[in-house]
Write a protein that binds this ligand. Structure first.
Ligand code: TYM
Length: 340
């Protein structure tokens, strides 16, 4: 891995036990592409999952599921450093430090907290892990001094907070300790719509198309997908633009001629939703066939997975410790009492 390559960092929270196509197209696919041109650090944000998961078996299932999904989708341990957040203690240590360079007011304006406050009864039902989540995420990022952070649009505010904290810190000590990380967010695929056709695809909204679930599950998710609400019969001309089923076709279906034909027939009222959906299901099977096979192989081979994670943690710790030492030096925790 050449040190001259620009550094990239990103992560996924195992709040569920499997990734969906929103995660894949919005984040994982761009991250995989960056492996060839950049120095890449990718991790499973297992400490972040504690904001919602308080059952140890469920946590284990989720972490394992997301690790396997991430690797099966194309993370290459020869090219990237892949690790679990909880195995690099510097993430938690830096978060404690960074908390002092951001105001309570700014933390209160973060979407995750505000949304939760609106949905639930009030602050009594919000744990501090959720409130502090963007702080831990800022530490995740700044520890590695990355040039860029490839994420979906829902993470933009968090990356911006990391930039604000970095700026405040640098200014306080009049030193460029933290380079400001760029959010790398695609305009076209940064926010994949859910199968309800309204909101962002998200496991908690139950509007996902999975990747590794049983084929019957995936098929049902596709068959239940919202299409053009104004179209009653297959003979009615339909709308293609903004229609989720065609958004997915454009992303998933490698047979571009078939997609163009389906769109033309849909516009003229010459194809039913069922055929469009069945073709999407077949395209999904084609696209993810090799990842599904790879995942099955990994399940049979957890020793290999454990080795990848252990080596990743070792490499990540090396860099993370360096940054933490620099920070301790700059702020004065490292001082005459621990120097020779
Ligand atoms: P998470 O686990 O919710 O999502 C993982 C990645 O998938 C993207 N994503 C989407 N992109 C497009 N359309 C969608 N419908 C969609 N749903 C999810 C997310 O934007 C994300 O890039 N806080 C992060 C994890 C994290 C992290 C970090 C990321 C923790 N520390 C440091 C980068 C750097 C999260 O919960 O993502």
């Amino acid at each position: 891995m050449k040190e001259t390559k620009k550094r990239i960092l990103s992560g996924i929270t195992p709040s569920g036990n499997a990734l969906h196509i929103g995660n894949y197209f919005g984040a994982v696919k761009p991250q995989i592409e960056l492996q060839n041109t950049h120095q890449t650090y990718y991790f499973v944000a297992d400490l972040h999952a504690l904001t919602t998961i308080h059952d140890r078996e469920e946590l284990e299932r989720n972490i394992t599921g997301v690790v396997l999904d991430y690797l099966a989708l194309g993370l290459d341990s020869e090219k990237c450093v892949f690790f679990r957040q909880s195995t690099v203690p510097a993430h938690s240590q830096l978060a404690i430090v960074l908390a002092n360079y951001i105001s309570f007011g700014q933390m209160q304006r973060m979407h995750a907290f505000k949304d939760k406050l609106q949905k639930d009864t009030g602050v009594e039902s919000i744990n501090m892990g959720l409130f502090n989540y963007p702080l831990l995420m800022a530490a995740d990022i700044l520890l590695y001094k990355p040039f860029g952070v490839p994420v979906g649009d829902d993470q933009r505010q968090h990356v911006e907070l990391a930039r604000d904290i970095a700026e405040k810190f640098n200014k306080t000590y009049d030193q460029e300790v933290f380079p400001l990380p760029e959010p790398l967010i695609s305009e076209t695929v940064g926010r994949i719509v859910g199968t309800d056709g309204k909101r962002k695809m998200s496991k908690s909204l139950n509007n996902i198309i999975g990747i590794f679930e049983d084929e019957t599950v995936i098929k049902k998710q596709i068959m239940d997908c919202f299409t053009d609400p104004n179209r009653q019969r297959a003979t009615d001309p339909g709308k293609v633009e903004g229609n989720p089923i065609f958004i997915y076709h454009d992303l998933i279906n490698d047979n571009h001629k078939e997609v163009a034909e389906l769109k033309a027939r849909y516009l003229q009222g010459k194809v039913g939703d069922v055929e469009v959906k069945e073709k999407l299901f077949l395209a999904h099977q084609r696209l993810f066939a090799s990842a599904r096979t790879r995942r099955q192989e990994l399940v049979q081979n957890l020793t290999v997975v454990k080795k990848i994670l252990a080596e990743g943690a070792e490499q990540a710790c090396r860099l993370a410790k360096q940054t933490l030492a620099e920070v301790y030096q700059v702020i004065g925790e490292d001082n005459q009492l621990n120097k020779n």
